[in-house]
Design a protein around this ligand. Structure first.
Ligand SMILES: [Zn+2]
Ligand SMILES: [Zn+2]
Length: 154
């Protein structure tokens, strides 16, 4: 399992491998020492049960989608389609734009879910069984505040 640890102090993402399971890592940006507690399931890439960073057990799943890539495809599509439109080839212009949106959708649906910790926003990628539910704003609100109090960020 690949884990993107969120530094509790400066929010930078620090990649860690579950099978290596280091007991602690130092943040490359702010130097903060982050203690990691790996559960057996996380280490073996079976499931995400306990967050190694904050030891919380509340996660949500979201599509592992980089919005900038999706936007780039649509923007390129719009530019190409715009140039056809300028020459009065409306049908071609619309088809290209529709094609770009379609490619975006295809890319989106082929992506696997990534599991994210509600409290510390650490991300988990791997072949493990997905059990987390979709993002819930109320849960996020409560748990993020709790975590912020605990880390003294507020
Ligand atoms: Zn940091
Ligand atoms: Zn966490």
């Amino acid at each position: 399992m690949h884990i993107l640890v969120r530094c509790p102090k400066c929010d930078v993402g620090l990649p860690v491998r579950g099978d290596k399971a280091p007991a602690a890592i130092a943040c490359g940006r702010c130097g903060r020492n982050i203690v990691l507690t790996f559960s057996g399931a996380v280490r073996a890439d079976q499931s995400v049960d306990i967050c190694p960073v904050c030891t919380g057990a509340d996660f949500y799943a979201r599509r592992d989608f980089d919005p900038t890539i999706g936007l780039t495809i649509v923007v390129i599509g719009a530019i190409v389609s715009g140039s056809f439109y300028a020459f009065g080839r409306d049908l071609i212009a619309y088809s290209i734009l529709a094609g770009a949106v379609l490619i975006d959708l295809l890319v989106y649906w082929q992506l696997k879910d990534v599991t994210v910790c509600y409290r510390c926003h650490t991300e988990f990628r791997g072949v493990y069984e997905r059990t987390a539910l979709a993002f819930d704003l109320n849960t996020a609100d409560v748990l993020e505040r709790e975590y912020a109090r605990r880390t003294g960020k507020q």
